[in-house]
Design a protein around this ligand. Sequence first.
Ligand code: LMR
Length: 398
Amino acid sequence: MFEHIKAIPPDPILGLIAAYAADPDPKKIDLGIGVYRDEHGNTPILDCVVEAEKIHLATQTTKTYLGPPGVAGFNQAMGELLLGKDSQAISEGRVRTVQTPGGTGALRVAADLMRVARPEAELWASDPTWANHLALFPGAGMKMHSYPYFDADSSSLRFDDMIQALEQRGRGDAVLFHACCHNPCGVSPDPEQWQTIAELASGRGFTPVVDIAYMGFERGIEEDCLSVRLFAEKCPEVIIASSCSKNFAMYRERVGAITVITRDTERAAAAESVIHNVTRKNYSMPPAHGPAVIDIILHSDELKAQWQSELAEMRDRINGLRKTLAEKIAAAGIRRDFSFIERQTGMFSFMGLSVQQVQRLREEFAIYTVNSARVNVASFNQSNMDYFIEALGVVLEE
Ligand code: LMR
């Protein structure tokens, strides 16, 4: 069986976890994987999650199988969170939400669903996009293409080029969008631009596939769902892959959901049956703990308010770090303009460094970023920011 097996290099993002852990340097900084960190470098469990876990432990009565749909209350609450309580698509019975193991699980189920519904469908993703999109969709057998998105010179959105490219797409094509906090470049369309994109999707008839992994980290929960809601309002079909890893800080519990909107209830029921079928053939059914806890939070006014405030605290801290970092880099006399860091949102920004400069940061300063020079801004704190800026100055000097 394994006579000819060849090792595969570690994942560009996950591989950094092990490399960082093995580094004995006390000054080391992990700017790699997208997890929120507090001022002390920890990723704490949210208080609302601790409370809900207590309730769950005290009230659960069985560990018997859940079945492919998972926790019904979680599915219902996630659908409403994404689309809004007054969503017309929900009231028309055209929406189905099914929990998945994380947002990545949702994306894989989305890919499997599209492969069943329309085997020849191809997917267009922003250039750049999350590295794992490039592995996941082709891994599920989907052909992938890119559309222009990020202008590295100005660190901003290539909106006109993007629109021009999307004007070529039509019925049967799938187009992937990051709802907020674009991973990896931190640049999102503004509300007016989302309006234009949604109108284009509706006019051209392509199917928007929205990855919403950072809901609440850009401007707020409602605001970050804008694209999802515009697509839901204007397009007959939308696929949404959502993650609770970051906004509930439940990373390792693997909580996510796939939400599908179809043109009528009959097709929604059919899509749901396909989701259950592809799930059964893959991991059989999703795990219960994380969604059960989130079900409790989203159905308690008190815990929900607490969650919203804890999420706002994380968002505000990242925005504060962005401002301080941009100001400190400028004050350090580094000649390159990094003011874009403050204009961007979410956990990530591209620092515009070469692979050699990224390697120097790692080898000479024990500062870990992915090779694209994407940094996780949430990893900065009062004690490591100056060291990072000093190292940045050195690698940029050469
Ligand atoms: C990231 O991009 O760092 C996160 O989405 C975590 C991951 O799984 O890659």
